[in-house]
Design a binder for this molecule. Structure first.
Ligand SMILES: Cc1cc2nc3c(=O)[nH]c(=O)nc-3n(C[C@H](O)[C@H](O)[C@H](O)COP(=O)(O)OP(=O)(O)OC[C@H]3O[C@@H](n4cnc5c(N)ncnc54)[C@H](O)[C@@H]3O)c2cc1C
Length: 364
C-alpha cells in the first residue's frame, strides 16, 4: 500500500505518551502540520514509568485479558525493528526467562501458542541472567524484546520534533473541526484531533474530547527502579513479579490494581514487589530503589480503542492497557492511514464497538 500523504493537513495530538508521541511523529512524516500537547512534564505518565517490555510471548501466555493472540502481538513487536532504528531507540533482544515452580506449566502454554522457548535448569538460567538465584527451574523465550521506556519516550518526542512537530505544554480543552482550544488560552487552527490521552481521557477535559473514551477503566501500576540487579540480559519473570534489566539497575514491576486511578505510592505494595523480586535476585533486597506509579487505561474487552470517533474530525488512540509500548508502532500506522481517509486496518480496535446495540464480549 502506498504511503499516505497528509500534506497541508493540520492535526493536533492530545497526549504525549508513547501513543501520542508516535502518532504525532508519523503524522508529521506523512506531511501534516502537527501540534502535540500535554499538560504533564515529559514522561510523567504511564509511558514514562513503564518497564518497556515488548513481550508478545509472555503477555500472550500469562495474560489472557490482553485480548490479542501471540501472532498478532508478535506482528506488533516486529514493527519495532525499523521504528526503533529510525527514532534512535536501542532495542534489547535478549529474550525473557520465567523462573519458578510454574515454569513447566508456562512452557506448555508457550508451546500451545507457538512461541519459541526452551526449558532450563536453575543453574543454566543463572548463567543467562547474572545474579539470579539458581534455585528455580525456568523457561526461556527469545521472542520478547525490551527497551528503556523513559529514554525511548524522549527519543520519540525528539524524532517528532525533528519531523516538524510543535510540542506544547498544555491540555487540550476543546476541539471542533478547524479549531482547538488549549488550557493556556491559546487557540489553534486544526482540521483533526487525535485523542491519545491515556487514562487522562476519562477525566477532566478528556471525556469531552470523544464520547467513546467514557468506557475506559483505570488500572493503577506501581513499579520500582533499583540501583542493583541486572543491567543486561533477559527480563526475568517470577510469580507475580518481573525484573527487567535497566541502565542503572533492575526495574521491578508491577502492580495491576483494576479500578484504582490514584498515583499514590503504597509502601505495602512496594514491599511485596521487593520481596518477590529479592527471591529471584537477592542483591535487590537491601538496595535503594525509587518507586513510581501511573495509571493504565483499559477498555472492557482488553483491546485498545483506535479509530474514528462519532465526533467529527476526531480519531482516538487510547486503552492500550499493559501493552502500550508493544503496540505503539502498529497503532501509529493505523492512525496515519485513518487520518489520510483510508479504511480501518484494525477493525477489532474500532472505538465504537461498545456503543448500544453493538455486540461485544466484555471481560472483567
Ligand atoms: C507500571 C507499568 C508498567 C508497564 N510496563 C509496560 C511494558 O513493559 N510494556 C508495555 O508495552 N506497556 C507497559 N505498560 C503499559 C503502557 O505504559 C501503557 O499502555 C502506555 O504507556 C499507554 O500510553 P498512552 O500514550 O496511551 O498513555 P500515557 O502514557 O498515560 O499518556 C497519556 C498522556 O495524555 C496526557 N493527557 C491527558 N489528558 C490530556 C488532555 N486533555 N490534553 C493533552 N494531554 C492530555 C497525559 O498527561 C499523559 O501524559 C506499563 C504500564 C505501567 C503503569
Amino acid at each position: 500500500m502506498s504511503q499516505p500523504s497528509l500534506k497541508g493537513a493540520r492535526w493536533i495530538v492530545a497526549g504525549a505518551g508513547v501513543l501520542g508521541a508516535s502518532v504525532a511523529w508519523k503524522l508529521a512524516q506523512a506531511g501534516a502540520d502537527v501540534v502535540l500537547c500535554d499538560p504533564a512534564a515529559a514522561g510523567d505518565n504511564a509511558s514514562g514509568i513503564a518497564a518497556g517490555m515488548l513481550a508478545p510471548a509472555m503477555e500472550a501466555a500469562l495474560d489472557p485479558e490482553t485480548g490479542l493472540d501471540f501472532p498478532a502481538l508478535a506482528a506488533a513487536r516486529d514493527l519495532w525493528s525499523s521504528f526503533a532504528q529510525e527514532a534512535g531507540i536501542a532495542l534489547d533482544r535478549s529474550g525473557a526467562l520465567l523462573a519458578g515452580t510454574h515454569a513447566e506449566r508456562i512452557a506448555a502454554q508457550l508451546a500451545a501458542i507457538g512461541a519459541a522457548h526452551r526449558i532450563l535448569s536453575g543453574a543454566d538460567a543463572a548463567v543467562l541472567s547474572s545474579g539470579l538465584t539458581a534455585a528455580h527451574p525456568a523457561v526461556f523465550t527469545p521472542e520478547d524484546w525490551r527497551l528503556d521506556a523513559p529514554a525511548a519516550l524522549a527519543c520519540l518526542t525528539a524524532a517528532a520534533q525533528g519531523a516538524g512537530v510543535r510540542v506544547v505544554l498544555a491540555a487540550l480543552t476543546g476541539f471542533e473541526p478547524g479549531r482547538a482550544a488549549l488550557s493556556t488560552g491559546e487557540t489553534l487552527a486544526a482540521d483533526g484531533l487525535v485523542a491519545a490521552t491515556g487514562w487522562g481521557a476519562a477525566t477532566a477535559w478528556g471525556a469531552s474530547l470523544a464520547p467513546e473514551l467514557s468506557v475506559l477503566v483505570p488500572i493503577k501500576g506501581q513499579i520500582l527502579r533499583s540501583t542493583a540487579g541486572p543491567t543486561d540480559g533477559p527480563v526475568v519473570r517470577g510469580e507475580g513479579v518481573y525484573v527487567a534489566p535497566g541502565p542503572q539497575g533492575a526495574v521491578i514491576g508491577a502492580t495491576m490494581q483494576a479500578g484504582v486511578s490514584d498515583r499514590r505510592i503504597e509502601p505495602e505494595a512496594v514491599q511485596r514487589l521487593l520481596t518477590k523480586a529479592s527471591a529471584l535476585f537477592p542483591s535487590l533486597a537491601d538496595a535503594p530503589n525509587t518507586p513510581s506509579a501511573a495509571v493504565r487505561a483499559a477498555s472492557p474487552d482488553g483491546l485498545p480503542l483506535v479509530g474514528r470517533s462519532r465526533k467529527t474530525g476526531v480519531l482516538v488512540a487510547v486503552g492500550a492497557r499493559r501493552n502500550g509500548w508493544l503496540l505503539a508502532p502498529m497503532i501509529a500506522g493505523e492512525v496515519v492511514r485513518l487520518a489520510a481517509g483510508q479504511d480501518a486496518g484494525l477493525a477489532a480496535f474500532d472505538p465504537g464497538r461498545f456503543a448500544a446495540g453493538t455486540a461485544v464480549q466484555a471481560r472483567n
